[in-house]
Each structure stands twice: as structure tokens, then as C-alpha cells.
Design a protein around this ligand. Structure first.
Ligand code: PLI
Length: 464
């Protein structure tokens, strides 16, 4: 399809190692059936995440040489700051080592014990930092987001009624900010409409509550707005992007996604007081405010990436590549989250493996099985990622039990997508043989990263 042809060509290549099924069976056993614990040398197509796994452009690689590694007053910082000001429209910014560094600083500044932070679905590290700071996350995403088959074009939207209820119940003085993610990762990369952002702004203004956006994949959100929201079809992604951010008091950002780099993040704000407080915490946790845990060269790459990410041709190809994979899976009858989101295709493990109860960790098992089948590494986004309720100790049971096939930016070709589609379809034919898993090691925090598992019973799926 002409629309899918890559708007770039390959200048430097990274060889991939082909593995045998026997090697993969051995590797997944050693990894405790957790794809996070695989060694990348054992992975053929790595769709674990789109975070920091992107291919930088010649512009970014050459900008690395301009890195000013001064501890303070680095020219690289000022170029980075100028890019954030221009594209995000935020006057104040501090760099952080990655997104969670910004979440940590923001949470520590604004959240007090007992506060409530409403948001459009949780994200793992974001909620963790809100809770560490003494806050409680309240989900105010629209109910359509929890239904993998609902075709609403803006399943990331905030439910305004739920948001108002959360603010009134807690009392606006106990709501330090509303957390609005663009797009919503855990819902399958679903976007938020401009109309919804405007309404959230009006509601927050009524109660004097701030809005901090998680801008991690806000470019993908802007592309969906251009594609789907009346009045935005003729605008550039850059314009839409800027309007989205105009409704925020500030944002946290993992540059490892939208900004097409391998490391980096930032906290940006319009509020000088928050900026001053951020700089104080930055020197404790990240570094001096002119580098914040990054090298000068990293800030250069982010500055160039921020300009490249809002190029219409680039982002169109990115979103259509992801969607193309989704469409191939749908043709094979594979259940996925629809509409296909911005950064990956999410397999619906509930419908893929109806014979497994959620306590049998279906998405975790499906991700492990996919790796054994073809060396494709995906990520669980279900009961394991969701963790346990801090009070009751019971597993959270998210409505969405998903395996995420996340597509890094500018890395894989359409032929790689073919391999992925074939492997998932093949596994779908054998789905009845996929067994459940149980924990054999479970860490207390963000357990999905390092937990280990075993199959509940022997199965040819995990044998050579
Ligand atoms: O991985 P960080 O610390 O740079 O960013 C944390 C983070 C914040 N918000 C959102 C929506 C994310 O998706 C996110 C990181 N996501 C990862 C690592 C992912 O694989 O999706």
C-alpha cells in the first residue's frame, strides 16, 4: 500500500540473530516466562516496547557531536529548552533522565498525603509515583476505554461526570492536579479529542484545579485528532499538538517515545513556582537543572527529535504501520483492541484464551508463547502489570487483559510486520494448548518487570 511506504531509507543496519525453537524454549525458561527477563540477543523482533528503542535520524546522530557537556550553562540545554518552548509552548522546562524522573519530581511537589489524582486510566510508573507521594489515583476515563471491542474514535477521553464527582468528593483543595495522558497507553494507545480537552479545562477552571498532561505519545494523539475530529483535517500535526498542550498547566514527558531518542525526559510547566520547586528537587534526584540526568548530547538528540516528531509524513507513516499490523491480524480473526492505537497492537488475551481465568495470567502466558513461536518479544499489560491493591493485597483485575505488540519508531520494515502477523495467527490456531501461569517470584513494586513464573501444567507450547 503506497500510504505505508517508509518516508526514510536505511543507512546503518543492526544484524539480527535467528534462533531455533529449542533455543527459545530454553531462553524463556531461564527468563521465568517473563519477556522482560529475556536477553535481547535471543530476540528476533523486539516489540517489548517503543520506549528508547527508536532509530535516530542522521540529524540526531550528527547533533550528538554538538553536545556541550558543561555541568552548568550547557548550550545543549538551551537548544533543548528552545525546542520545548517552540513545539510544546511551555516556558519552563527541566530535563530528567526519563519520564518517571519527571513524574517523581512533579508528584513530590504537588501531591500531599491523602490527595486524590484523577486521571484517564493509570500508567504503572505514574500511579506508583502518585502513591509514593501520598496520593490516590482515581480512574476517570470514559467507560468505552475498558471495552476492547468498542469502536469509539476517542476512547482515551475523560468522563466529565466522573471527573467532577472525583473533584467534588475529594474537595478541590485535595486535588493537586488532573492527570491527562495523550494517548492512553494502558487502554491500547487510544486518543483524547480536542473537544474533550477543552471541556476538561473548563471543568478544572471551575474548581481551580490544575491539569498536568502525560505528553509521552502526544504526537500520536495529534495525528488521530487530525484524522478523526471535525475541523482539524486541514491542520498540521504541529498545530494540533500545540493546541492540545495549550490546555495544560504543564506536562511530564518520556522523550524515549515521541521524541525518537534512546534516553531522556522532562517536566515542563507554565507555573514559575512549580518550576522553582522542580529545580530544587532536581539537584537532589536527577542533576543540575541544565542537564537533569542527561548528557549534553542526549539533550541535543531530544531537541532535534522534537522537531522531527511533528513532521506530518513521519507521524502518518508511524500510525499507519501500526494499524497495518492490526488489520492483518483482524483479517486472520485474531481478537485485538480496536480501534488500533498509536504505538502498538494489543492482543485481547481474554478472547484469545477464553479457557483461562484472569488469575491464570493469560496475557503473561500468551506473551511467553509468542516468543517461543517466532522470537517475537511482546509485553503483558493485564493483571500482572496492574499489581495488587495497596490496602487489600488482592490482585487488581483490570477489564483489559492484553499483550502489547509495541512498534519502535523507524526500526522495523513491513517484512518484519509480516513475520509478526504470521506468528500471532499461527499461535491463534493453537490457542487451546496455551496453559496458564503462576508466580514463583513476585516483587512488591512494579512486579511485571522482574517477576518469575511457571506454567500451571506441561504443554507442547513451551516445549521444543
Ligand atoms: O519509561 P519512562 O520513565 O521514560 O516513562 C514513563 C512513562 C510515562 N508515561 C507513559 C504513558 C509511558 O508509557 C511511560 C513509559 N512507558 C513504557 C516504558 C512503555 O513501555 O510503555
Amino acid at each position: 500500500m503506497a500510504g505505508l511506504a517508509e518516508p526514510y531509507k536505511i543507512k546503518s543496519v543492526e544484524p539480527l540473530r535467528m534462533t531455533t525453537r529449542a533455543e527459545r524454549v530454553q531462553a524463556i525458561r531461564q527468563a521465568g516466562y517473563n519477556t522482560f527477563l529475556l536477553r535481547s540477543k535471543d530476540v528476533y523482533i523486539d516489540l517489548l516496547t517503543d520506549s528508547g528503542t527508536n532509530a535516530m535520524s542522521q540529524g540526531q546522530w550528527s547533533a550528538l557531536m554538538l553536545g556541550d557537556e558543561a555541568y552548568s550553562g550547557s548550550e545543549s540545554f538551551f537548544r533543548f529548552e528552545a525546542a520545548v518552548r517552540e513545539v510544546y509552548g511551555m516556558p519552563f522546562v527541566v530535563p530528567t533522565h526519563q519520564g518517571r524522573g519527571a513524574e517523581h519530581i512533579l508528584s513530590q511537589i504537588l501531591i500531599h498525603q491523602g490527595d486524590v489524582v484523577p486521571g484517564n486510566m493509570y500508567f504503572t510508573t505514574t500511579r506508583e509515583h502518585q502513591e509514593l507521594a501520598g496520593g490516590r489515583f482515581v480512574d476517570v476515563i470514559v467507560k468505552e476505554a475498558h471495552d476492547a471491542q468498542n469502536l469509539d474514535p476517542f476512547k482515551g477521553n475523560v468522563d466529565l461526570g466522573e471527573l467532577e464527582r472525583a473533584i467534588v468528593e475529594a474537595g478541590p483543595e485535595h486535588v493537586p492536579y488532573v492527570s491527562v495522558a495523550l494517548t492512553v497507553n494502558m487502554a491500547g494507545g487510544q486518543p483524547v479529542s480536542l473537544e474533550n480537552l477543552r471541556a476538561v479545562r473548563r471543568l478544572c477552571d471551575k474548581y481551580g484545579v490544575k491539569i498536568y498532561m502525560d505528553a509521552t505519545r502526544a504526537v500520536e494523539n495529534a495525528y488521530f485528532v487530525k484524522e478523526r475530529e471535525a475541523g482539524s483535517e486541514g491542520r498540521t500535526v504541529r498545530e494540533i499538538f500545540r493546541e492540545q498542550l495549550s490546555y495544560a498547566d504543564g506536562c511530564t514527558m518520556s522523550a524515549k517515545k515521541d521524541a525518537i531518542v534512546n534516553i531522556g525526559g522532562f517536566l515542563a510547566t507554565r507555573d514559575e513556582e512549580t518550576f522553582e520547586a522542580a529545580k530544587e528537587l532536581l539537584v537532589v534526584f536527577e542533576g543540575f537543572p541544565h542537564y537533569g540526568g542527561l548528557a549534553g548530547r542526549d539533550m541535543e538528540a531530544v531537541a532535534v527529535g522534537i522537531q522531527e516528531m511533528v513532521d506530518d509524513d513521519y507521524i502518518r507513516h508511524r500510525v499507519l504501520q501500526v494499524r497495518g499490523l492490526g488489520e492483518r491480524l483482524l483479517e486472520a480473526g485474531v481478537p485485538i483492541v480496536q480501534p488500533v492505537g498509536g504505538h502498538g497492537v494489543f492482543l485481547d488475551a481474554r478472547r484469545f484464551l477464553p479457557h483461562l481465568d484472569q488469575e491464570e495470567l493469560p496475557a503473561q502466558s500468551l506473551a511467553a508463547a509468542l516468543y517461543v513461536d517466532a522470537g517475537v518479544r511482546a509485553m503483558e499489560r493485564g493483571v500482572v502489570s496492574s499489581g495488587r491493591d495497596a490496602k487489600t493485597g488482592e490482585n487488581h483485575h483490570p477489564a483489559l487483559e492484553l499483550v502489547r505488540l509495541t512498534i519502535p519508531r523507524r526500526v522495523y520494515t513491513e517484512s518484519h510486520m509480516d513475520v509478526v502477523a504470521e506468528s500471532v495467527s499461527h499461535l491463534f490456531q493453537r490457542r487451546a494448548e496455551i496453559p496458564g501461569l503462576k508466580f514463583v517470584f513476585e516483587p512488591k513494586r512494579l512486579r511485571f518487570f522482574t517477576a518469575r513464573f511457571e506454567p500451571l501444567h506441561p504443554s507442547p507450547i513451551f516445549e521444543a
